[in-house]
Design a protein around this ligand. Structure first.
Ligand SMILES: NC(=O)c1ccc[n+]([C@@H]2O[C@H](COP(=O)([O-])OP(=O)(O)OC[C@H]3O[C@@H](n4cnc5c(N)ncnc54)[C@H](OP(=O)(O)O)[C@@H]3O)[C@@H](O)[C@H]2O)c1
Length: 290
């Protein structure tokens, strides 16, 4: 008989996320062990606790989830987790990174866009492209091959994101654009078929009047779930809803897919003891959804 599944939740925040723990229960995990305040410096004994307890095929019944509100901190913990695993002797467990829901949300958003557009040829604008979710959206869109504009109120922050994305996606067509004032909108939107708004909760990033001249626009995706909308005119529950000739998705419209992707990723962790799910792998799971 299979041993019960154990998910070890390594959270970079002081208090481990309740959200991530509830999703683990709903994904069918038998036991979730939650640890807060996890850093690269203190993670090794936690990883060793995973790999030195069960052996052989039973190791696939233990997995690690890296979360917390700070994606950069999560990335550092993921790197330290991988360093502490000893795969050459089969002493490994599967790992999922989803700090702040960034990977699952970005995967769901880009999956939605890909239902309507050829992502390898389009030009996209990612507003709030410097945040955890926005950066992952930029990375996936760049990987798909299209041109991506990274919008920020401070262009140098967007430029830093473009550099980070190019490190993951060599040859990425990523360009920093300033979106600090209404005068910036025509240039930022010029020739764009897709806008994804990944700005902070409650911040209006794209008022209706700013997109009046954006003739190429086809799809609007607003990830902000706290009114007012990040893209004026997009409703929270929109899911491929036609409005003024554009196909719209709101935060709840994307959120349903995000939850499915999150649960699928947790379930996949227990299929082997060697998988690592970062944004590209999570997106591949999103593509499997009907
Ligand atoms: N639908 C879902 O399932 C789901 C899941 C997770 C998260 N979310 C939502 O996704 C969005 C992005 O999350 P996140 O954690 O990446 O966001 P975040 O870090 O809070 O903010 C993203 C970016 O928004 C910009 N920003 C901040 N305050 C602003 C303001 N007052 N006006 C204009 N821009 C502002 C900043 O960029 P610059 O300073 O560079 O301009 C910031 O880097 C949030 O709205 C979050 O609630 C949705």
């Amino acid at each position: 008989m299979d041993k019960p599944s154990v998910l070890v939740q390594l959270d970079t925040d002081a208090l481990p996320s309740v959200f991530d723990r509830v999703v683990a229960v709903d994904a069918g995990v038998a036991h979730t062990f939650s640890y807060g305040g996890v850093t690269p410096e203190n993670v090794t004994p936690l990883v060793h606790g995973c790999i030195f307890t069960r052996g052989g095929k039973d190791l696939a019944r233990t997995a690690i989830f890296v979360g917390g509100s700070d994606v950069t901190a999560g990335e550092a913990v993921l790197a330290a987790v991988r360093k502490a695993l000893i795969p050459q002797f089969g002493l490994s467990v599967s790992v999922l990174l989803d700090s702040n829901g960034s990977n699952t949300t970005a995967a769901a958003a880009v999956r939605a866009a890909g239902r309507h557009l050829d992502l390898s040829t389009i030009t996209s604008l990612v507003l709030g492209g410097t945040g955890p979710v926005g950066q992952r959206v930029v990375r996936l869109l760049a990987k798909a091959g299209g041109k991506v504009r990274v919008g920020s109120r401070q262009k140098d922050r967007a430029e830093a994101v473009c550099a980070r994305v190019r490190a993951h996606v060599p040859g990425a067509h990523a360009e920093a654009v300033s979106v600090g004032t209404s005068a910036d909108a025509p240039d930022a939107l010029d020739g764009c078929q897709l806008v994804v708004a990944a700005g902070a909760a409650g911040a209006v990033l794209l008022p209706k009047k700013h997109r009046a001249g954006a003739k190429a626009l086809r799809v609007l995706i607003d990830l902000n779930g706290v009114p007012p909308a990040g893209i004026e005119g997009v409703e929270l529950t929109d899911k491929g809803t036609a409005r003024d000739g554009l196909l719209c998705y709101g935060a709840l419209g994307v959120g349903g897919t995000k939850m499915k992707v999150h649960k699928l990723a947790i379930a996949k962790l227990f299929e082997s003891n060697s998988a690592v799910f970062d944004v590209e792998e999570v997106y591949n799971l999103a593509l499997q959804l009907p």
